[in-house]
Design a protein around this ligand. Structure first.
Ligand code: MRU
Length: 350
């Protein structure tokens, strides 16, 4: 069996990330000692996945503080604003950077730069530990839901994109549910949708499932209907990059199609994400900015051009699943089944 690698490591001076663009066949580690470097690691998807982008950005703020010539509130806010431009859709980036900014700016008059750097490093580690705890809570909630639906039947589960340890720390969100159910002896097979064009499912989820010895098959997005019409899937769990007040959910492109097909065939479909992925400042999914990524990612595959040189591409990296298509949203504070703005707010703030 392969081993679980650490996607992110801080050694007191620099941040080291596994280059997720090279996985699963090459393990390449890249180190960053500046906020600019961290910005590029997020933008170019060396690191990806909403929670991990947030944690990477926290260390980006640490490096920004270390590298500043002067040290004022304005400098800190400028660094935070810069980091937030790396990618627009996953709210975890802005969420963590804003918290780092607040932590530093609220004490800048009374503490030294060195003390604030230390505090921010401790805070970053605490947030990663907390997510680990939250992921376990979400996995247990999902497991209870599966038990209430299917008793102790061994299940065929499906997921899309990548929500495991590479995206979320040691335990995943949606993939954490699958890992946990597998640990309880309740998983028969997992279908991992390959997730064109970046292949987070075919490369990264398949890698994580392999590492953990979980039986799985990679499928193409075009197979959604085949899988469900032929009753090959009992339940679907996906992650989220931003969930707004009415429960509309931005996640990797293809998620909305998957949810619509699942609803058509009556397959339970759940979003699994920590409360840090909720953005209650937005009312509906129409207000979420969807990242458009470079055309080349679609016009070729793994560095090889496929489409004619004259072809153009449209490459939205995410889509929004309307809340009506979700059977439930699972966060560490509970399973939201009646998806209304009031209920989302009650659970998330509760
Ligand atoms: O573009 P990515 O790889 O950063 O996409 C984010 C994701 O991994 C997914 O959308 C995921 O399902 C939610 S984040 C754990």
């Amino acid at each position: 069996m392969e081993r679980k690698v650490k996607p992110l490591e801080w050694d007191g001076e620099k941040l080291t990330l596994i280059d997720q663009r090279k996985l699963p066949h090459e393990e390449v580690f890249l180190s960053y000692d500046s906020v600019e470097g961290v910005h590029s690691s997020i933008k170019d998807m060396v690191v990806r996945g909403a929670p991990l982008i947030g944690f990477t950005a926290l260390y980006g703020m640490v490096l920004a503080l270390m590298g500043m010539e002067s040290f004022s509130k304005d400098d800190v806010i400028k660094a935070a604003d810069y980091l937030k431009t790396a990618r627009p859709t996953a709210v975890n980036l802005a969420y963590e950077v804003d918290r780092a900014c607040e932590l530093v700016c609220s004490q800048i008059e009374t503490k030294t730069r060195e003390d604030l750097i230390k505090e921010l490093i401790t805070f970053s580690q605490e947030q990663m530990d907390l997510l680990e705890k939250n992921n376990l809570a979400m996995a247990k909630l999902a497991f209870d839901e599966l038990t209430s639906l299917y008793g102790d039947k061994k299940l065929n589960l499906m997921t899309l994109c990548n929500t495991g340890f590479l995206a979320c720390g040691p335990m995943g969100t949606a993939l954490g549910v699958i890992e946990y159910a597998f640990g309880q002896g309740r998983v028969n097979h997992v279908y991992a949708s390959e997730t064109r064009p970046y292949l987070q499912g075919g490369r990264l989820t398949a890698y994580e499932l392999s590492v953990q010895g979980i039986p799985h098959s990679v499928t193409v997005e075009g197979a959604f209907s085949y899988l469900m019409k032929n009753k090959l899937v009992d339940a679907i769990f996906i992650g989220a990059d931003r969930i707004v007040k009415n429960g509309d959910t931005a996640n990797k492109v293809g998620s909305s199609t998957l949810a619509i097909v699942a609803k058509h065939y009556g397959i339970p479909f759940y979003t699994v994400a920590p409360t840090s992925t909720f953005d209650l400042s937005l009312d509906t999914g129409d207000q979420i900015e969807i990242e458009l990524r470079p055309e080349d990612e679609v016009l070729g595959a793994m560095g090889h051009r496929i489409s004619p040189n004259s072809s153009r591409a449209l490459n939205p990296s995410f889509d929004v699943t309307d809340h009506e298509h979700l059977r439930g949203i699972i966060c560490e504070k509970g399973l939201i089944k009646k998806i209304t703005p009031e209920e989302v707010e009650r659970v998330v703030r509760g």
